[in-house]
Design a protein around this ligand. Structure first.
Ligand code: AQP
Length: 317
């Protein structure tokens, strides 16, 4: 029994972190619950500046990626958030039950508003919209990464407040915590791999070619010790490689370290790249097939092809 809800933002090319931290488990959750809903949350994406044409392309690309990863519309409901106006409506109602101080301490706001003097009201109330996403369907289970736990707690609090004032309507949603650790940026292993990272070498996209993947791992930031060990505190770069290797092979980190015995870091990078290619290649091929041979954002363009205007069918959301 139970109803699962989760969302992903169409803010760029979906990457290995999204896959290992979320999408892989989303696929498995399609069995064992009475209903499962996955949303491409474009209303969340516009809490940061977006270029409209790029956003439309990102939405299509995300849909293709989710299908390519194994999200199957026969077993779950896949939809675009802004097509269901009730998300915004419920968000307003729940916002009226949420205090400002309650939102001020949440991580997303603290992180994304810190470089700017003023973040938008939308960025500030983002967690309220997230609560609305979940409660709208009276969801009972929400797969989340550890960084999202505080946002889910807000959804639980708002559900309780609403139920107390207006009668029991919403089940209190429970977190399904992702078991795999955060995948870190290949350029800066102290920060997480992120769709909106402007450095293309930092992120392994699910539509990257094998050559791109090898290049990105070869250039991955490590340290001056050539031996491979797992020590996230002192050696975040190498440890990120070990964690990725373990996750894509379904191993423990000890097993991954053991497989690296006798290898220098430079050689190990190629071993990890190979394991990642093995995992990602079928997804990439299926994304390309679903997109009908269209170039996927983030892939290098073919210099021989003139950059004409996008066709209407591509741009239509
Ligand atoms: N580096 C990561 N490692 C593991 N899991 C990750 N997730 C994101 N990055 C990593 C998980 O992917 C799901 C969808 O994320 P999201 O679209 O809601 O936004 P996000 O967490 O902010 O992801 P990004 O890629 O970093 O996007 P931007 O750059 O737009 O902020 C979530 O379950 C998340 O935990």
């Amino acid at each position: 029994g139970g109803r699962v809800f989760s969302g992903i933002q169409p803010t760029g090319v979906p990457h290995l972190g999204n896959y290992l931290g979320a999408l892989e488990s989303w696929v498995g959750l399609q069995e064992g619950y009475s209903s499962v809903l996955y949303s491409i949350v474009d209303l969340h994406a516009i809490t940061m500046p977006q270029e409209p044409g790029q956003l439309r392309d990102n939405i299509l690309n995300m849909a293709a990626t989710l299908l390519a990863c194994g999200i199957n519309p026969a077993h779950s409901i896949l939809f675009q958030q802004s097509q269901v106006s009730e998300h915004a409506e419920l968000s307003w109602i729940l916002g009226c039950l949420t205090s400002m101080p309650r939102l001020r301490h949440l991580p997303q706001w603290k992180m994304k508003s810190k470089d700017k003097k003023e973040g938008s009201v939308g960025l500030f109330t983002y967690p309220v919209l997230q609560a609305a996403d979940i409660l709208l369907y009276r969801s009972t289970h929400v797969p989340v990464g550890e960084d999202q736990v505080q946002h889910l707690e807000l959804a639980q609090d708002v559900a309780r407040i609403f139920n107390k004032q207006h009668g029991e309507l919403f089940p209190i949603p429970q977190a399904l915590l992702s078991a795999s650790p955060r995948v870190k940026s290949l350029r800066d292993p102290t920060s997480k791999m992120s769709k909106s990272d402007p450095q293309s070498l930092a992120t392994v996209g699910l539509s990257d070619s094998p050559d791109d993947i090898v290049l990105k791992f070869r250039k991955a930031v490590t340290d001056f010790t050539s031996e491979v060990t797992f020590d996230p505190e002192r050696r975040p770069g190498v440890s990120n490689l070990v964690a990725i290797h373990a996750a894509v092979c379904g191993w423990t980190v000890e097993e991954a370290v053991r497989s690296a015995q006798g290898l220098e870091t430079a050689q190990y990078k190629l071993l990890v790249a190979d394991a990642v290619i093995h995992k990602v290649a079928p997804i990439r091929v299926e994304i390309a097939r679903l997109r009908g041979g269209q170039r996927v954002s983030g892939e290098r363009s073919d210099p021989r092809r003139p950059a004409g205007p996008r066709s209407r069918s591509t741009a239509a959301g």
